[in-house]
Design a binder for this molecule. Structure first.
Ligand SMILES: Nc1ncnc2c1ncn2[C@@H]1O[C@H](COP(=O)(O)OP(=O)(O)OP(=O)(O)O)[C@@H](O)[C@H]1O
Length: 210
């Protein structure tokens, strides 16, 4: 049993099979790249793990416990999800960061210097703190969403195309930020080769689908 287990997962939309009898077992600390052509069902897997209302058969377990409607909020407390849709929130960037840091569990180890170091690694100037999130560029939103995930204190990450809008240097930095921590379990959906080069396991969904 892993930190995350997917067993016999099948999904279809309007009679068309998207995923069929899909199995995956992820051990703590693994760094997984999920790839496969557009529309094959990669994002659907993440949405199911986070409990975003899709009918499916099969089972998903987090640390051995089947995810269901009663415990989905526990799952969301433990798993950081950065979706392709970066229009996730609104408010000033500084307020969003303060909100994440205000959760008791996160206050323990994170200082203002940590935040500044992460932002500087992602080439984000401190001036962005005063901007409205909704006014940021696509790449800036993506990087702030990553900062929020990195500060969340969680240790399982589902990252959906989070480097798509970044330049090569930033892509490499983001991959290192998530993959270099041996404690973190990371599943990344991406077409970027920077993830493929460092992943411990590559799941290619092509050929697994009807
Ligand atoms: N709510 C929905 N209703 C109907 N069809 C859906 C729904 N959500 C996803 N689909 C379909 O399921 C298939 C898989 O979608 P998904 O977003 O998982 O693909 P993906 O592999 O992540 O693609 P991409 O690489 O383009 O992001 C697509 O054909 C999509 O149109």
């Amino acid at each position: 049993m892993g930190i995350l287990d997917i067993r016999d997962l099948s999904i279809s939309y309007d009679g068309k099979s998207v995923l069929s009898e899909f199995d995956l077992s992820v051990s703590k600390g693994e760094k997984i790249l999920i790839k496969g052509r557009s529309g094959i069902g990669k994002s659907t897997i993440f949405r199911l793990i986070m409990g975003f209302g899709i009918q499916a058969s099969g089972e998903i377990l987090l640390a051995g416990i089947p995810i269901d409607a009663d415990n989905i909020w526990d799952v969301r407390k433990k798993v950081a999800y950065v979706s392709q849709d970066t229009d996730i929130t609104e408010g000033k960037v500084s307020e969003l960061i303060d909100e994440v840091l205000s959760f008791k569990a996160n206050r323990l180890n994170i200082s203002k210097e940590n935040v500044e170091a992460i932002m500087s690694d992602l080439s984000l100037s401190h001036r962005i703190l005063n901007k409205e999130y909704t006014r940021l560029s696509g790449g800036e939103k993506q990087r702030i969403a990553l900062v929020l995930a990195l500060l969340s204190g969680k240790d399982v990450f589902l990252l959906d195309e989070v480097t798509a809008e970044l330049d090569v240097t930033l892509k490499q930095k983001v991959v290192s930020m998530f993959f270099d921590n041996p404690q973190w379990t990371v599943l990344s959906i991406s077409h970027d080769r920077e993830w493929e080069e460092k992943a411990t396991n590559i799941i290619d969904l092509s050929g697994k689908v009807n």
